[in-house]
Design a binder for this molecule. Structure first.
Ligand SMILES: Nc1nc2c(c(=O)[nH]1)N[C@H]1C(S)=C(S)[C@@H](COP(=O)(O)O)O[C@H]1N2
Ligand SMILES: [Mo]
Length: 300
């Protein structure tokens, strides 16, 4: 039994209380002879206080549903997320159209509380529910020549009003190097707090790569392709100078138009102090090795 299915519902308490209760519970459980391992917090959980469900689901970037932060919450109810299937193709042993239920039936989901840092310099802390992307890639079998993973969002202009104009080139695309995709921090999220993802957060299946700027965490995924070459990605295609393929969170490399040294935590109120942005968004210990020997100013 995982935390998100526990009897104490997140909705019963504020996120802060929940977080505190859980830590207390863990401390108590740890002292007993039969500590329920399934309740263990992920070693990857941040200690920072999660944002509320309301904050996470009402302040979004999802250009398929408009440019304003409140547009996705207002517009994304039109998206049909069931049935849903994901085409997995390219350099894989078992390519095919995988039904979402089939994907979820062959992975282990868990809760992960991650920091989330948008390239626009705002941030949140989100309790995701999801599974490690590595589990899915291992299941379909990655061919030895594969070096990258490309992702695509659904194209369905009838349900996605933003796709009726050329804000970006649709589909929204993202990509990771294979070792980044296989990293245990890299999550495919299906929910947040105790429920399925709200449409505006990328239902029914979205990527979460917590050490990279938010735009790498592509939403409502319908295609995953293993490739040999670095795949084209939406924001890099739109503005190569401002958005690199890597887009690792880095307080030392400013965006050409603003500093990345600090961030505004959503929900902090009008007069909240900006907080410093840590290297790799706080996941330096886990991921720095992936970039050993690389000049992070060049490969930004
Ligand atoms: N398909 C798609 N995925 C997307 C986006 C988008 O516009 N379309 N926006 C990205 C950006 S810029 C951010 S910051 C995050 C926002 O995720 P959230 O709304 O769940 O906080 O989604 C990313 N994934
Ligand atoms: Mo973003």
């Amino acid at each position: 039994m995982r935390m998100y299915r526990s009897k104490l519902k997140y909705s019963d308490v504020t996120p802060k209380e929940m977080f505190f209760n859980r830590r207390q519970f863990l401390a108590a459980a740890g002292a007993s002879a039969f500590a329920p391992a399934a309740f263990a917090a992920s070693p990857y959980d941040t200690e920072e206080t999660p944002n509320s469900f309301e904050e996470i689901s009402n302040y979004n970037n999802f250009y398929e549903f408009g440019l304003g932060k409140e547009d996705p919450a207002r517009n994304a109810h039109t998206l049909t997320t069931d049935p849903w299937s994901v085409k997995i193709d390219g350099l894989v042993e078992q390519p095919g159209d995988y039904d979402l239920a089939d994907i979820l039936g062959n992975v282990t989901q868990e809760e992960r509380i991650y920091r989330f840092r948008c390239v626009e310099a705002w941030s949140m802390v989100v309790p995701w529910r999801g599974f490690e992307l590595a589990q899915l890639l291992e299941r379909v079998g990655v061919q030895p020549s594969a070096k990258y993973v490309a992702f695509e969002t659904l194209v369905r202009p009838e349900e996605m009003p933003g796709q009726r104009s050329a804000i970006l080139e649709w589909p929204y695309r993202e990509g990771l190097r294979l070792d980044e995709a296989m990293h245990p921090l890299t999550l495919m999220a299906t929910g947040l707090y105790d429920q399925d993802l709200p449409n505006q957060n990328g239902a029914p299946l979205r990527l979460v790569v917590p050490w990279k700027y938010g735009f790498k965490s592509i939403k409502s995924i319908v295609r995953i392709t293993l490739t040999e070459e670095e795949p084209p990605t939406s924001w890099n295609m739109a503005n190569q100078r401002e958005y690199g393929f890597y887009s690792n969170v880095n307080p030392l490399v400013d965006h050409p138009r603003w500093s990345q040294a600090t961030e505004k935590r959503i929900g902090g109120g009008l007069f909240a102090k900006r907080i410093p942005t840590p290297m790799f968004n706080g996941y330096e210990e886990e991921v720095a090795d992936l970039y050993a020997g690389m000049d992070l100013k060049v490969h930004f």
